[in-house]
Design a protein around this ligand. Structure first.
Ligand code: HEC
Length: 120
């Protein structure tokens, strides 16, 4: 009798664990799929603003000299990636980088994108 109840409780507990696991780890939602055509407006860069956003959100992984730490160097990111690719990377993240959609103002993401695209 006791064993039988334990088996049911264990069964229920593991079902709950599976449910929680699925609930807590929703499939990664990509906000701007790579196939989506987007055009980033080429705004005049507010360098001071870009640098301050960079310092508080990006520097820990990309370095104080853009040399890269846990993330890749960004010194020449503009010759490697398009404006749109940089924007999507910042919005979606991926590959160890967090996505910044909703964490940084849209206009700041565009500003920092236009700033980075000139890193050549
Ligand atoms: C938690 C660490 C982390 C933070 C914070 C972070 N990044 Fe990244 N970033 C990464 C990693 C890791 C990659 C490499 C991802 C990959 O290989 O797909 C990356 C890749 C990139 C790339 C593509 C570079 C390349 O050569 O492929 C750009 C552009 C970029 N990050 C910009 C930013 C910006 C702008 C911010 C701040 C708004 C930022 N990152 C914040 C870790 C981070």
């Amino acid at each position: 009798m006791f064993k039988w109840m334990m088996a049911i409780i264990a069964g229920l507990a593991s079902l709950l664990a599976i449910y929680l696991l699925m609930f807590q780890l929703p499939p990664k939602e990509v906000k701007v799929p790579d196939t989506t055509e987007i055009t980033i407006p080429q705004t005049t860069v507010d360098i001071a603003k870009a640098e301050s956003v960079y310092k508080s959100n990006c520097m820990s992984c990309h370095g104080n000299e853009y040399q890269g730490t846990m993330g890749p160097a960004l010194k020449q990111v503009g010759s490697k990636m398009s404006r749109e690719a940089i924007y999507k990377k910042i919005v979606n993240g991926g590959g160890g980088m967090p996505g910044f959609e909703g964490r940084i103002e849209e206009q700041d993401i565009i500003n920092i994108t236009n700033w980075l695209v000139d890193f050549k």
